[in-house]
Design a protein around this ligand. Structure first.
Ligand SMILES: [Zn+2]
Length: 269
């Protein structure tokens, strides 16, 4: 009976750890893609914004040009009026009429001056707007180049990892079947809250593999026993076991002598 429970807990932990390994691999795939998908989206947004601005500028230029043509038309009208007034002046009956018409001529002359002044102002605005357009166009050109580059990079990365990702997704489905449903719930919650995506960890060098808080020796023994599920007191992550401390290699002498022999060999021949 006790053995059966032991096996079950150990198996539960093993299944959970397997799921964690797969999920961590999937996390890594996403990490490699990293900010690229977002960068591509940002560039697309920026390009759209620039194109909108460009269209608006071009509309403004069209409106400026319309204004200029209106002023030019009104100048032509004034010109005609002045010609007409001058003709009328030839046939006036008295001084008063002559003066009145002179006033009108003067007024039209003023209108023409104002129109010229406005045309100059608008020409200047067009010049400035064209500068702005050129600057936006050059930014747009750069961004489009960036986007093309980033899209290519992303495509390569996705192509590279797609197979791994698909395999991991399949493995995950399989692994899920062996995971205790209640444990899965807390696993999902833990992963949601953990910044590194780790819900199941090993005790490494006497510390929690998730938050690095130290785990007392007695607790480590309990974790090793796997008679019950033990979680980290600090971060709540599930302990899957205690990682064996690998003793430092003592073969150094041997390998060195081997290397020496290997190095000596060609010389001897
Ligand atoms: Zn912890």
């Amino acid at each position: 009976m006790a053995t059966a429970t032991e096996t079950t807990i150990a198996q539960k932990l093993e299944a959970l750890l397997k799921l964690q390994t797969i999920d961590s691999a999937l996390d890594n795939i996403k990490k490699v893609r990293g900010d690229l998908p977002e960068e591509v989206r940002d560039l697309e947004d920026e390009i759209m914004g620039l194109e909108t601005r460009l269209a608006k500028f071009q509309q403004e230029i069209a409106s400026f040009e319309e204004q200029i043509s209106n002023y030019k038309n009104s100048k032509k009208d004034s010109d005609k009026l002045i010609a007409k007034y001058k003709e009328q002046q030839m046939n006036v009956r008295n001084n008063r009429e002559f003066e009145a018409i002179s006033k009108e001529i003067e007024l039209q002359g003023l209108e023409m001056e104002i129109a010229d002044k406005r045309i100059k102002e608008i020409d200047f605005k067009i010049l400035n707007k064209n500068d702005e357009i050129a600057s936006v166009e050059s930014t747009l050109f750069e961004r489009k180049k960036d986007l093309e580059q980033k899209q290519k990079e992303l495509e390569v990365i996705i192509n590279e990892s797609e197979e791994d990702e698909q395999k991991a997704i399949k493995d995950r489905e399989k692994a899920l079947k062996s995971v205790d449903p209640r444990l899965l719930k807390s696993y999902d919650k833990l992963r949601e809250n953990a910044r590194n995506g780790l819900a199941v960890v090993m005790v490494k060098r006497g510390a929690c593999g998730g938050c690095f808080s130290s785990v007392p020796p007695q607790r480590q023994t309990d974790i090793k026993d796997k008679k019950k599920i033990i979680v980290c007191e600090h971060c709540g992550r599930v302990f899957a076991g205690v990682e064996d401390i690998i003793p430092p290699p003592e073969k150094e002498k041997k390998s060195r002598s081997k290397a020496a022999t290997a190095a000596a060999a060609p010389a001897a021949e």
